[in-house]
Design a protein. Structure first.
Length: 212
């Protein structure tokens, strides 16, 4: 198990001198000694370097592939997105979602379209006049709702508005989680550029522009 965890060269060292990532690997090795059919890991990616994260992701998948039940508790959405199949989301002590990763991301993605353009004001105006709802999430990136990708391309081309990308929006697991738990956050910090209800974003619907 020590070898499988990648600790061969450190096997004779005092474990008290291990880094946090090495201690995570050691805990994994210890958990596997009894060849358990069910494993529960709490924040297994914590303290891991990039190589360790890749190893951990593959290790968890391989354990599940052997027919074991692998339960992982983590706040690192990006890592769960790449390794988990099924999610249970808990907020304020209650289960608020019990679904697959794919279903949760698809639900959060909706019918939105991602658009990149160097002419943001012109693009926002043209699409809003056509009935779209547009949110500016970055200097050259817009998220459009209410218009299919082919309609967006036709409108921008007709008005000679330059754009470099039009694609179906795919939400990240983190975005889906934040949307799902918006009303279940017990402690919410306010940082520059945000309001008490969430990040400030510029949204255009019809011909009225608002900031929220």
């Amino acid at each position: 198990m020590i070898g499988q965890a990648g600790l061969d060269k450190a096997a004779r060292r005092n474990a008290g001198g291990y880094s946090l990532g090495m201690r995570q690997r050691l805990s994994m090795a210890a958990a596997m000694l009894g060849d358990p059919p069910v494993l529960m890991f709490d924040e297994p990616f914590n303290g891991m370097d990039p190589e360790g994260i890749v190893w951990m992701r593959g290790f968890l998948r391989s354990l599940a592939g052997e027919g074991r039940a692998v339960l992982v508790s983590s706040h690192l959405m990006s890592e769960l997105e790449g390794s988990a199949d099924h999610l249970v989301v808990v907020g304020r002590g209650k289960v608020i979602a019990d679904t697959t990763v794919a279903e949760m991301i698809a639900s959060a993605s909706g019918d939105r379209v991602s658009l990149r353009t160097t002419a943001r004001p012109e693009a926002m105006e043209a699409l809003a006049r056509a009935g779209g709802t547009i949110a500016a999430s970055d200097r050259d990136k817009l998220t459009v709702s209410g218009l299919p990708p082919e309609r967006i391309v036709a409108l921008l081309s007709e008005r000679r508005v330059p754009f470099s990308e039009v694609s179906a929006h795919r939400a990240t697991l983190e975005e889906a989680y934040m949307e799902l738990t918006r009303d279940a956050v017990e402690f919410r910090a306010v940082t520059p550029g945000t309001t008490a209800s969430g990040p400030a974003s510029e949204e255009l619907s019809g011909t009225q522009e608002t900031v929220r």
